[in-house]
Design a protein around this ligand. Structure first.
Ligand code: GLY
Ligand code: MN
Ligand code: MN
Length: 442
């Protein structure tokens, strides 16, 4: 299977969305725009995921309109016009003609003409589907187009009467991954897998956290995944207890663990892996004890991922194992059920066990439906990432546990009968990790 989403699939997505829209409506989806870093330098551009999901078009300053039932064409794009002098400085542009030829636009116009054209397309439509509140400058423009129609009401113009949030319909579609999406996500997972293996192989006491990060980024890029899906977390020792530690600026010390949470983005799809391993290649007794608890918690979570199980079941299963482990090792005292009830584990485990994964690392999709936890269904992709974090200044536990931070995170797809782990190639048991690290030191 080709590692691309075909134009046929993008067109199918737009049709499927339009099928769900009310008659005589219009849906408006804006691309991301470039953000200035300073003067004429921009932050790395990343397309808006909703826009990308429906178009595959990666340029800034574009707008997609879907007008179900419109005879002259249902799919209309606005984009930057071709401009040889701008293209010489800033790179190639597809242009309206290219969008018609290659991206399934039935009509395409220069973005500079949008003020003249869009109000006319919105006028007479009963309902506008749009994600209000995410792009304030585009929200303002939309309101100005609406007002320009209202201003002509006495000449017979009919402004739309209803604005409806597009997120609900679109994000539900994004939650179910197609075979083509799963193929890309598997490849992203494979590349991240190779990067984590590399980190285990090259890690030595005295290296800097950012040097491990560099090895990871290099592995990503050399495999064709040019960018991470989120800033890598490489935390040695107690830095592993800071959930989103991204400074990655300290030395890795003999006797410490290092927690690496890193995943590449490929074709705009994210992967998200965490491994925690000993800097010197051998787990200490305490590190191994807590590590095994987290690993067991992850297995308990996997066992609760299958069609018909609800979203929260895997979290509850993980929390139960983590809490029992904290009791077994004397970090908590009391009765398991009472501790679970009180959430006493939250001092050591303060995040949830996973999230949806897709075009965004924390992907879209509702976790509850009608007030109940959502039932899992085939094609949903999620992470499973239990952890234990003993703060270095936690005086309620013996000193030997302090500063140990562990997370183990894998990406899974729900299948017909359970789940498949996309990231199973990274060593995870204590034995496997120590063996890979020892082999690399021979
Ligand atoms: N890398 C962010 C997370 O694991 O959710
Ligand atoms: Mn995650
Ligand atoms: Mn992660």
């Amino acid at each position: 299977m080709s590692l691309m989403i075909s134009q046929t699939e993008y067109s199918r997505r737009r049709r499927e969305l339009m099928r769900q829209l009310a008659p005589n409506s219009i849906a408006i989806v804006a691309a991301a725009h470039e953000t200035i870093r300073n003067r004429d330098t921009h932050y790395l551009f990343r397309q808006d995921s909703d826009f990308f999901y429906l178009s595959g078009f990666a340029e800034p300053d574009a707008v997609l309109l879907m007008l179900p039932g419109r005879e002259q064409g249902e799919v209309i794009f606005f984009c930057r016009d071709r401009d040889p002098s701008k293209e010489m400085w800033d790179g190639r542009r597809v242009g309206p003609e290219g969008l018609t030829r290659h991206y399934g636009a039935e009509d395409a116009f220069p973005i500079d003409d949008i003020d003249d054209i869009l109000p006319g397309l919105m006028e007479g439509r009963d309902r506008v589907y749009y994600s209000l509140g995410r792009n304030p400058s585009f929200d303002n423009r939309l309101m100005s187009w609406l007002n320009s129609i209202r201003g002509k009401a006495n000449a017979g113009a009919e402004p739309p009467e209803e604005f409806v949030d597009l997120d609900h319909l679109l994000h539900d579609m994004r939650l179910y991954k197609s075979d083509a999406e799963l193929a890309i996500m598997q490849r992203a997972a494979d590349i991240s897998t190779a990067a984590h293996c590399r980190a285990m192989q090259v890690c030595r006491p005295g290296m800097m956290e950012y040097q491990l990060d560099a090895e990871i980024q290099h592995t990503f890029a050399m495999a064709g995944a040019r960018h991470p899906a989120y800033p890598s977390i490489v935390g040695g020792g107690a830095n592993g207890c800071i959930l989103h530690y991204i400074e990655n600026s300290e030395p890795l010390l003999e006797g410490d663990l290092v927690l690496i949470d890193a995943g590449c983005e490929l074709g705009n799809y994210a992967s998200d892996i965490t491994r925690t391993f000993p800097v010197n290649g051998r787990f200490s007794k305490e590190q191994a004890a807590l590590y095994q608890v987290v690993l067991d918690a992850q297995q308990a979570a996997f066992n609760e991922i299958a069609p018909g199980k609800d979203w929260n079941a895997s979290h509850l299963a993980a929390v139960r194992v983590l809490c029992q482990g904290l009791l077994d090792h004397g970090l908590l005292r009391g009765d398991l059920e009472a501790l679970l009830e009180q959430g006493a584990y939250s001092e050591f485990y303060m995040h949830r066990t996973g999230h949806w994964l897709g075009l965004d690392v924390h992907d879209v999709g509702d976790y509850r439906v009608g007030g109940e936890w959502r039932e899992l269904e085939p094609g949903m992709v999620m992470t499973v990432e239990p952890g234990l974090y003993v703060a270095p200044d936690n005086l309620n536990v013996e000193a030997k546990w302090r500063g140990i931070g562990i997370r183990i995170e894998d990406d899974v797809v729900v299948t017909e009968s359970g789940c498949r782990v996309l990231t199973s190639g990274v060593p995870k048991t204590i034995g496997e990790i120590e063996a890979l690290m020892a082999e690399a030191r021979e």
